[in-house]
Write a protein that binds this ligand. Structure first.
Ligand SMILES: Cc1cc2nc3c(=O)[nH]c(=O)nc-3n(C[C@H](O)[C@H](O)[C@H](O)COP(=O)(O)O)c2cc1C
Length: 324
């Protein structure tokens, strides 16, 4: 076999797109909005998701939900991540609201969210406890969608109920385009180490692409996950917040580049949401971008109580000059 043919065979295909080595961004509620997706796309992220969006919210045309589904062309490939447990509603919103949207590349079902307000309604990771319901939902999604459908799930509800293989098999049978495993239980939330061995096992057991997720904080971690699990692609979560360069070469940013990045992020967020919302929303990003930058705590504290954009930019510039 020629080398090109061999490479082609190893190539990951999702819908009509091919990826040589997929490194994308995992969905993070309250974080991966349109502005953040633009920031990471510029830095080499190949695929990202909306924040999780309620299927019912789409169904009832809730304006906040509609905003969560706002996608601009500069963002590259974006999957809409939805949560819900009613096959009919999911099917209806896919057919009536999502299928015709050219800006949405794929549709992802959230079966991983551990938040009490989500699981109390039987959504998110609570679906792991109901494989039959999950199967009905996933079948309905695949049947209704003209786009690739994917599912993101955890190891199981708790240590006594590990069923990621069962859920993976359900996805495979339903015709899902890929699955993403966040290898923690619902009970663990985000604590402890992600169990990469389970990603490896899932990859061995399924014929559909398996994406790895969990504890990817550097380029080296990404390489290690590919080697350890033989997964088809990875989705980075929290690691991209401090260093959005993790998608590219992985080098950490100089202070000058961090300040440039922060200003850019402000302007993108303001363009989407206006200054009054962007200023408080940016505070957490600034804390992440400046994590580990020496002497930056007083700056972060000042920015946390400052509501004037010009003053914030001045504080950032002063800090940059002082550190030279
Ligand atoms: C603040 C926060 C918000 C998250 N929101 C979502 C979400 O909307 N949908 C989802 O599937 N996972 C969500 N997750 C889980 C992440 O996508 C990811 O699976 C998890 O953080 C593990 O990856 P990491 O160790 O690289 O962060 C969220 C995680 C965090 C910390």
């Amino acid at each position: 076999m020629t080398e090109t043919k061999e490479r082609k065979q190893n190539m990951l295909k999702i819908g009509n797109k091919e990826f040589e080595k997929l490194v994308g961004m995992a969905p993070l509620a309250g974080i991966t909005d349109s502005s953040f997706r633009k920031i990471i796309k510029e830095r080499g992220c190949q695929f990202s998701f909306t924040e999780m969006v309620s299927a019912k919210g789409i169904y009832y045309k809730d304006p906040k939900t509609e905003e969560l589904l706002h996608i601009d062309p500069e963002e590259g490939l974006v999957g809409a991540q939805i949560f819900g447990r009613d096959p009919e509603i999911l099917s209806k919103v896919i057919k009536e609201n999502l299928n015709h949207r050219e800006d949405i590349f794929s549709i992802d079902l959230n079966m991983g969210c551990p938040a009490p307000k989500v699981v109390k309604n039987g959504d998110g990771s609570a679906l792991m406890k109901e494989p039959e319901t999950a199967e009905r939902i996933i079948n309905a999604m695949v049947e209704s969608s003209t786009k690739p459908v994917s599912v993101k799930f955890r190891l199981g509800w708790d240590e006594e109920n590990i069923n990621f293989l069962e859920i993976g098999k359900i996805c495979e049978k339903a015709g899902v385009s890929f699955v993403t495993l966040h290898p923690r239980t619902r009970k663990a939330f985000y604590a402890g180490k992600a169990d990469w061995d389970s990603i490896k096992i899932l990859k061995e057991e399924l014929s559909i692409p398996v994406m790895g997720n969990g504890d990817l904080f550097s380029k080296e971690d990404i390489e290690k996950m590919f080697r350890h699990t033989l997964c088809d692609g990875v989705f980075v979560g929290r690691g991209a917040l401090q260093n959005p360069n993790i998608f590219g070469e992985g080098e950490s940013l100089s202070l000058q580049k961090i300040v440039e990045l922060i200003k850019k992020h402000y302007s993108l967020k303001i363009a989407q949401k206006g200054e009054r919302r962007a200023i408080p929303e940016m505070r957490k990003h600034i804390a992440w971008y400046l994590k580990g930058v020496p002497n930056s705590n007083p700056l972060k504290n000042k920015i946390n109580t400052e509501n004037n954009l010009q003053t914030i930019f001045k504080l950032l510039e002063e800090f940059e000059r002082e550190q030279e």
